[in-house]
Structure formats: structure tokens, C-alpha cells
Design a protein around this ligand. Structure first.
Ligand code: HPA
Length: 279
């Protein structure tokens, strides 16, 4: 066997997707945004917007989870040219990590140099409360998967990319300043990424706390690995939508996740729409 590739994506697929997107708009996006459960509302705040359904884009996967529409929006957020994913691809849907992070490389092809990733996450740190917003300072990839497995796509980056500042210090400082200007504070902590789709057991959450995690979720890590590989700077924001399993005497539900993100939407919108032009 000469072809040892485990990556089902043909190297030209990224370019073909980008070429199609470029044919639909004259805006050249500088910042990419990937929005998590219930946070896609930010898309309503873009101007000069072009909406492209995922199924129209060559090679793009289609997302299936509740609370995620599937459209790519290109437009301006407070004047800054952006490309925004309303709905993302999760490995628990059955996509491999390379499909999950496919849009990140397409964004790179479009000229994006900064990426804002947002998600809903369970609070592991007992000092947190549902509704808190947490800047991701670092992550632990507990999914057992990595989007860079297979032959290295050298035009995107190195075989062994550095992950020592996966979430930019500089961008985090800008986000803290923006929150302060608006009269609220942000948490800052470590996000631990799991495969899902079942929520964690209380024993798993106790383990994750010992490992140094502050919040847990089922997305983001593969996207950020792919982004750092192609040297995109990342700002990560978790909405603490619930306390993680075993902390409170109640079961976890997707309904609670959606309810909490609804509740913090206005703060989240302010933060992201004001920080993006500064990035
Ligand atoms: N665990 C994993 N993923 C999540 C959670 C959680 O508690 N809340 C929102 N996404």
C-alpha cells in the first residue's frame, strides 16, 4: 500500500470549497467565527451579508444537531469582514476530526487569520455558575482524535505544530478589556474536549477536575488544532450552560443548555461583536 491516508478529504477539497464561497461574495473575511449551541444569533447582527447553506458548498458536511442551523454567513460584524459558521460539525455526529475541522482550513483559504470559537460547556470548576462566560486559556484533548493524523498537508503547516499558546494571550486580553468596558467579568480556564454524545459521569468529572479542567464540552478541540496548524490565532469563549455531572443533584439536559445560552445571549453578543473589530 502506498496510500496510507486516513484523511478522507482530498487536498483540493479545501480550495474548491473556498473558490465556491469566493464566487458568492466580494467580501474578503479576516476573522472566522464558529458558533456553538444557541449562540448562532450573532449571525443576525452581520451587515452586507451573504448566506450560503452548507449543502451548497462543495465537500462541506451538513450538521444534524438540534439548535444548529447549517449556514455559512459572510459579511461584516461592526465593520470587520467575517465568515461565520452558524452550526458546526461534531465528532459525536459521526464525522471524523478532519471533517469537523474542514471549515477551518476553508477559512484559511479565504484569508482568515483570526478565529473565534464559541461553545456551550459544563462547569467543572465549582466556583463557576451557569451563565458565566469563560475565556478558554488552554485545552485538554480527551477525544482521542486529532485532525492532523495522516499525511501532513505541508501547505497548511508543520508536521508537529506547536500548541504552547493555542489560545492567544493577546486576544484574551482584548476580550477581558471589552467585557470590563461593558461592566461584566469573564472567567478564564481550561476546556476539556470529549467525544460525547452522552454527558459525563460524576466519576469522569472528578477525574477531569484533577486533570486541571474548568469546563467540559463536545466540540472545539479539533477545530483549534487545525487552526493552530495553519497559524490562525484563536480566541475561545465557553458559555457555562450547566454545572457538570454530579455537582448538583439534578440530571443534565440539552434543554438546560439551550435555556442558559438564551439567558446570556445579550452579554455574549456584546462581547463578540465589540471584540471582533479589535482582533
Ligand atoms: N458536558 C459536555 N458537553 C457539554 C456540557 C456538559 O456538561 N454542557 C454543554 N456541553
Amino acid at each position: 500500500m502506498t496510500n496510507q491516508s486516513t484523511n478522507p478529504i482530498h487536498s483540493q477539497a479545501y480550495e474548491e470549497a473556498a473558490t465556491y464561497i469566493t464566487s458568492r461574495t466580494s467580501i474578503k473575511p479576516e476573522v472566522g467565527l464558529i458558533l456553538g449551541s444557541g449562540l448562532g444569533v450573532l449571525g443576525d447582527h452581520l451587515t452586507d451579508v451573504t448566506s450560503i447553506a452548507y449543502e451548497q458548498i462543495p465537500h462541506f458536511p451538513v450538521s444534524t444537531v438540534e439548535g444548529h442551523a447549517g449556514e455559512l454567513l459572510i459579511g461584516r460584524l461592526n465593520g470587520r469582514p467575517v465568515v461565520l459558521m452558524r452550526g458546526r460539525f461534531h465528532m459525536y455526529e459521526g464525522y471524523g476530526p478532519e471533517l469537523t475541522s474542514f471549515p477551518v482550513r476553508v477559512m484559511r483559504e479565504l484569508g482568515v487569520s483570526k478565529l473565534v470559537v464559541t461553545n456551550a460547556a459544563g462547569g467543572i470548576n465549582t466556583g463557576y455558575e451557569p451563565g458565566d462566560l469563560m475565556l478558554i486559556s488552554d485545552h485538554i484533548n480527551l477525544t482521542g482524535r486529532n485532525p492532523l493524523v495522516g499525511p501532513n498537508e505541508a501547505r497548511f503547516g508543520d508536521r508537529f505544530p506547536d500548541m504552547s499558546e493555542a489560545y492567544s494571550r493577546k486576544l484574551r486580553a482584548l476580550a477581558h478589556d471589552t467585557a470590563k468596558e461593558n461592566g461584566f467579568a469573564l472567567r478564564e480556564g481550561v476546556y476539556i474536549g470529549v467525544l460525547g454524545p452522552s454527558y459525563e459521569t460524576p466519576a469522569e468529572i472528578r477525574m477531569m477536575r484533577i486533570l486541571g479542567a474548568d469546563a467540559v464540552g463536545m466540540s472545539t478541540v479539533a477545530e483549534v488544532v487545525a487552526a493552530r496548524h495553519c497559524r490562525i490565532e484563536v480566541l475561545g469563549i465557553s458559555c457555562i450552560s450547566n454545572m457538570a455531572s454530579g455537582i448538583l443533584d439534578q440530571p443534565l439536559s440539552h434543554a438546560e443548555v439551550i435555556e442558559t445560552t438564551e439567558r446570556v445571549k445579550s452579554r455574549f453578543l456584546k462581547l463578540v461583536s465589540e471584540v471582533v473589530p479589535k482582533l
